[in-house]
Design a protein around this ligand. Structure first.
Ligand code: ZN
Length: 301
């Protein structure tokens, strides 16, 4: 077996990355709606095909096409109409050249979540890796809720079914009374109910993973109000969010004051965030919140 597979132009197989056909003349990958350039790492035309996104289950249009039919305003990466799957190809795929979809990993997260929720409930959190933790995705947490509910439900029915009665009769045999008894099944059922209740609390109270850092709210005033960042602060902030711009996900080269210096923004960590040159300059004297509102209003060409 070869040490590595490198796709060259001479490769007779025209189906390349995620099974899309590569045009031999242009070297571009055909994504139904658009061509994707492996060389440039982006689509060569913007995503604004009319028709709106397709619902994966009903094949109907869930939303009427608006000014940004393939953009999700809560995911700023989706505003980049040339990017492939929000610049996150490990997590998303793009079957038709429009929006990226989270498919395989979502399903896997959910199924693993169901098993984790069930085993954490049965073991009172002792089963390794079963308890909720802060790196869980929201999907995994939903799965854990389902697993926990299943164990709780089985526990309730086992508890009810495990309580029986025996006839206790006096030695003379004259009077018999039905006395309730608790069978081992009911004990196990109660334990499952208590374990599920405990895990439900953990599932609710443990924070889930933040998807990226996201823009900061900002902070103003104090001794560092209106000050520039020091080279050391700059170095630290540029490592946040994997070195990517908090607004668009491109490589960050700038440190942005979430609340601008001109408006008393300080150099506390909660006011400094990595940004690309484009976002930092178009943000100008706006706060993070104002800039996001501005992005939403602005029609992306
Ligand atoms: Zn940016």
């Amino acid at each position: 077996m070869a040490a590595s597979a490198v796709y060259l132009h001479t490769d007779p197989n025209p189906y390349k990355f995620t099974g899309k056909e590569r045009d031999a003349e242009s070297g571009l990958d055909f994504f139904v709606a658009r061509y994707y350039s492996s060389a440039y790492g982006r689509f060569l035309s913007p995503d604004e095909f009319t028709g709106g996104p397709e619902d994966a289950f009903s094949s109907s249009d869930p939303l009427p096409p608006g000014p940004l039919p393939y953009a999700d305003i809560t995911n700023l990466q989706s505003l980049n109409k040339y990017a492939y799957t929000f610049n996150n190809p490990v997590r998303y795929t793009d079957p038709n050249g429009h929006d990226g979809i989270e498919d395989f990993f979502t399903a896997l997260d959910f199924v693993v979540g169901v098993f984790r929720g069930a085993s954490a409930s049965i073991s009172f959190g002792a089963a390794p890796g079963s308890r909720p933790n802060e790196s869980d995705s929201l999907t995994s947490r939903v799965g854990q809720t389902v697993g926990t509910a299943i164990v709780g439900g089985i526990g309730i029915s086992a508890t009810i079914g495990g309580v029986g009665t025996v006839a206790a009769c006096s030695s003379s045999g004259a009077a018999c009374a039905a006395l309730p008894v608790v069978l081992p099944k009911a004990v196990a059922g109660t334990s499952a109910v208590v374990g599920a209740a405990k895990n439900s609390l953990d599932v609710i109270l443990t924070p889930t993973q933040k998807s990226g850092q996201g823009p900061k709210k900002g902070s103003s005033g104090g001794p560092s109000a209106g000050k520039r960042v020091t080279p050391k602060q700059r170095e630290q902030i540029l490592q946040e969010n994997d070195g990517k711009c908090v607004f668009c996900g491109k490589k960050a080269t700038q440190v942005d004051h979430a609340t601008p210096r001109s408006r008393n923004g300080n150099t506390k960590k909660e006011n400094l965030q990595p940004a690309c040159l484009g976002c930092n300059s178009s943000k100008g004297a706006k706060t993070s919140a104002e800039y996001i509102r501005w992005l939403k209003r602005k029609k992306i060409p």
